[in-house]
Design a protein around this ligand. Sequence first.
Ligand code: ZN
Length: 476
Amino acid sequence: MKNRKSRNKLIKQNRILIGISLTLFVLIVFLAVYHFTVQKTKTLEEEIISSEIYPGLNLKTTKQEAELYTLFISQPITEDKKINAKINEWVMKEREIFKNDVERSKKTLKKNGFSAHLNVQTTTEKLSNKIYNLELESYQITAGANGSTKTESIIVDLNKNKILEIHDILLVDKESVNDIKKNVLKEVANKSELNDFIFEELLLESLENYKDWKFILSQDSFVFSFDQYQIASGNVGVVKIEIPMNTMIHYLNPDFANKLDLEIPDKQTELESDGKYIALTFDDGPHAQVTPRVLRILKEYEAKATFYMLGNQVEYYPSLVKQIQEEGHELGNHTKSHKDLTHLGPVQIREEIESASKNIHLASLHYPLSLRPPYGAFNETIKEISKELNLPIIMWSVDSLDWQSRNTKAINQEVMKQVHPGAIVLLHDIHPTTADALPTLLQNLKDEGYEFITVSQLLEWGDLEGIGPHYKVKID
Ligand code: ZN
């Protein structure tokens, strides 16, 4: 019994060995055949990498090494077929273009021993819970030519398994669309390093129809993206124009904006307790010619200022008010029509102040933060009303006398003579001579170590509440 059992065992073992050998042989033959027939053209590896940081979102990678090319694609994949199909459609189109190119350049590739390459990458921006901006970027290079880059941006709401359309994201009424276009053009104009390379006609053409816009959103920026060659010469590559989120927030579809965890950059800079800060103030504008000049110069010197504007002027030049706000300056109320408030009754005083605030808000979506009564004239009634309206009265400690001298040298001398840390400097953005004086004045002040902040920053820094008549802080 024992013997038979062990003989049987031996036979069984031999069978197993033969079986293994046969299987191995078949496998080797199969692999050899596979190697010589299939592998020369294709080894496609696909892998799905699940992500921990982006719930609902995974990454699919595709690798291929062929005789004439290599490709590496990494594309997002969700639980929704429709979304996946849309992403895949774009990726497949890129692959198709690439393969056609490779086919066309076959001879050159073989001759030069060059391997063409396609790379698709995904950048994910989480905008909110399960709302993502997926930016796909494809780079392909075939025979010797320059590579080319293309991008696609898709915003998905995985709570609803929906690809958001442009009208879900932006306000697309005529006025908003025009405003957005203007903002893009303005940003392009500000980018001096791009100006020489951009073809304005192509840019205008690309912006013409809002349905063609491509943009990438993050929690703090809104970036318009143009493919390589789309609006500029090829050496520039993909052109990205960033519009600050605090500008774009006004044009976001409110339903969409409400869902986002937007981080609007805080303009409040960290102030040193012993810093040499002053607040420049410009009264009586906005003025069609002078205000834009003043803004340009302030930007050049990276200076922030406060503009005490007249409601009547604001009504005529709302876009300037908006520009003032967007460029990080502060909005101030200088009443509606520059009347001496001390001659008016409470009802009229209130009307003068409130009407200006309303116009400023209409123009910029922001309310003024303080009040400067015309001629610096105020009494107890005005103080009470301003308190009720939550607008501290702000006077000045340095009068440039620009309204009187209308002389650039005199303006400079006057300010430099009186300036002190914590000063509030009175200027007017309605006299061309004030704009003329500004570059030298800012330079002189900078040379003395002064930094320019807004009135409300200065109040906070000095732990003050406002009023004057001759406003002086931190002189001890
Ligand atoms: Zn005034």
